[in-house]
Design a protein around this ligand. Structure first.
Ligand code: SF4
Length: 278
């Protein structure tokens, strides 16, 4: 469980799966600090848009307030702007951050362009992640599994092992049917289409001894990786959270041996495909 805290709506890239597209709200520093004060989870996900587009002094103030309140601070970014940031300021950001969560959803520049629409985003993100790793703050890479990249999950693992040593862990996060992906079957793959490539990728991560997680695809599609399944772990620990509201079991779940520790598929997935296996 965590407080998801978007601090701006602007972004420098245009991911096909962006769940925050069209989001707006009160992003004043005063409101954000109030939200942090009211948090009971102890974990704040500072998000956007891309938070690095926020005025640096304001971003630092928000992060410093999180630390003052003893929160675990996760900074979510596409990382494209990191190497253009003032280095002294970025080092301060890294010091105030417990881990970076980098949206990294391709293993080649061509695929990255197809997913993000940013012509030079891939090269810049690779440089940025190497730099972030060198600063010592843990870096998680989040691969949003969507139709354009679903076949390449294992290629991504090979790429990370080869090019980005030092990354703390990889998360495969199934695209949410929100924002640009809402109701869009050209962005949301069927679970059955994704299961093969995802299981192959996680088998490889296991062989390589790299830490990983998987989220938003039901456990029945990744049975060999339940220990790394985010919702399965949460439900075994009886944790409350948004997973319970955004997912719901279907008639296909009757009799499933995993149902006690599964919230079911995302409702926005069922809206597109009608059920788990249809
Ligand atoms: S309860 Fe439903 S969604 Fe969950 S693992 Fe079982 S069949 Fe899959």
């Amino acid at each position: 469980m965590a407080l998801h805290l978007p601090i701006n709506a602007e972004c420098n890239i245009q991911c096909v799966f962006c769940s925050s597209a069209g989001r707006n709200g009160d992003f004043s520093v005063a409101k954000l600090l109030k939200d942090i004060d009211a948090d009971t989870t102890g974990h704040v996900q500072v998000s956007g848009g891309d938070p690095l587009l926020r005025a640096p002094a304001e971003l630092l103030e928000i992060l410093a307030h999180c630390k003052k309140k003893r929160k675990v601070v996760e900074l979510q970014t596409n990382a494209v702007l990191v190497k253009q940031y003032d280095p002294a300021r970025f080092k301060l950001i890294a010091k105030l951050t417990d881990f970076f969560n980098v949206n990294f959803s391709a293993h080649t520049a061509e695929l990255d362009f197809a997913v993000t629409g940013a012509p030079d985003g891939f090269v810049r993100r690779v440089e940025s992640v190497k730099y972030m790793v060198s600063l010592g703050t843990p870096v998680r890479l989040t691969y949003i599994v969507c139709k354009p990249n679903v076949a390449h999950c294992a290629d991504f693992v090979d790429f990370v092992a080869r090019e980005l040593p030092g990354v703390a862990w990889v998360q495969f996060s199934y695209v949410k049917g929100m924002g640009r992906a809402k109701g869009n079957d050209s962005i949301i793959p069927r679970f059955e289409e994704a299961a093969g490539p995802l299981n192959k990728a996680m088998d490889r991560l296991k062989q390589l001894g790299l830490k990983y997680e998987v989220d938003h695809i039901p456990p029945c599609f990744v049975r060999e990786h339940l220990d790394c399944h985010v919702d399965y772990r949460k439900m075994r620990a009886a944790m409350p959270g948004i997973h319970l509201a955004e997912k719901q079991k279907t008639a296909e779940c009757d009799g499933c041996s995993l149902r006690e520790h599964c919230p079911g598929p995302r409702r926005d997935y069922v809206e597109v495909y009608g059920g788990l296996h249809t």
